[in-house]
Design a binder for this molecule. Structure first.
Ligand code: SF4
Length: 279
């Protein structure tokens, strides 16, 4: 039986199960955004998934019939050897990897060259076209670091996407943001706009839209603490991991959480489409 003929492959082909498997590489970060889902920052517990587990998730995801991988955190490039790990995982499936792009100094830029020409997109957060407004919700100098990193990555042949996370944005401001990302070498097709979700630190800040399970696509998400319904599941509030969207503590073999997720999806009423996505 090929991957496409198995229950997961068939469900992915039929569109009943999203094709991407997410991994939380870690939870720590070098900055502290006001809307961070995971309350990430320099002092939080790392909760790293680990190289061996990530490679195994990637390999088994391909074997089961999933069609893509997502890697998020925390800031994933705080994990040692992340460029090489992404390159290795991409031999199994294409990857979208989320980063704040503030660590791309000369040494890291040279190491990410290993991703040039590989099916790996680095999805970088850029929320506003004006430095002061952008940095207000992220970190001092965030804008300057991001607009320096993007063309440096593009020049090195690394695929870059931009994610804009906002409560709302005026048309004129969005037009200026789009002009900026085009100038930086990122096309409109590689720009996603997504809402702030009211989980994690966003709740304390009074930000974001509420998201019930039925609002979120069933994207299998693997963390050091278990498998979740969605990448919006393993969030942190008050220093404690949210478990309302935990589907099983077992992560490997991947068929265990994948089959559990598929059973939950099959129980959903028909037409119950979900609308919110991390990408
Ligand atoms: S939103 Fe991303 S960049 Fe900001 S604190 Fe959280 S993990 Fe770090």
């Amino acid at each position: 039986m090929t991957a496409e003929e198995g229950p997961i492959g068939l469900a992915v082909a039929a569109g009943t199960l999203p094709g991407r498997v997410w991994m939380y590489a870690n939870y720590h970060c070098n900055i502290e955004c006001t809307y961070c889902l995971t309350e990430s920052g320099p002092k939080v517990a790392r909760r790293e998934l680990g190289r061996t587990a990530m490679l195994e998730v990637a390999r088994q995801a391909a074997e089961l019939g999933f069609t893509g991988l997502g890697v998020t955190g925390g800031e994933i490039f705080l994990v040692p050897d992340m460029p090489e790990l992404l390159a290795e995982m991409s031999q199994y499936l294409p990857i979208v990897a989320l980063t704040n792009a503030t660590l791309f100094q000369r040494r890291l830029l040279s190491r990410v060259e290993v991703l040039a020409g590989k099916p790996v997109s680095l999805q970088i957060s850029l929320d506003r076209p004006d430095p002061d407004v952008n940095d207000e919700m992220r970190a001092p100098d965030n804008f300057a670091k991001v607009v320096a990193a993007i063309p440096a990555l593009v020049q090195r042949g690394v695929t870059v996407r931009i994610a804009t996370t906002v409560e709302s944005i005026e048309d004129a401001e969005l037009d200026r943001l789009c002009a900026l990302h085009r100038d930086l070498g990122v096309s409109d097709d590689d720009h996603v706009i997504r809402p702030i979700i009211a989980r994690g630190r966003a709740i304390e800040e009074g930000l974001g839209v509420a998201a019930a399970q039925s609002d979120l696509p069933a994207e299998l998400t693997i963390t050091a603490d278990g498998a979740f319904w969605s990448p919006f599941g393993p969030t942190v509030r008050g220093g404690r991991l949210d478990t309302d969207l935990l589907i099983t503590r077992t992560t490997l073999p991947l068929s265990v959480p994948a089959d559990t997720l598929l059973r939950l999806v099959d129980r959903q009423p028909r037409g119950a489409d979900s609308a919110l996505s991390i990408r």
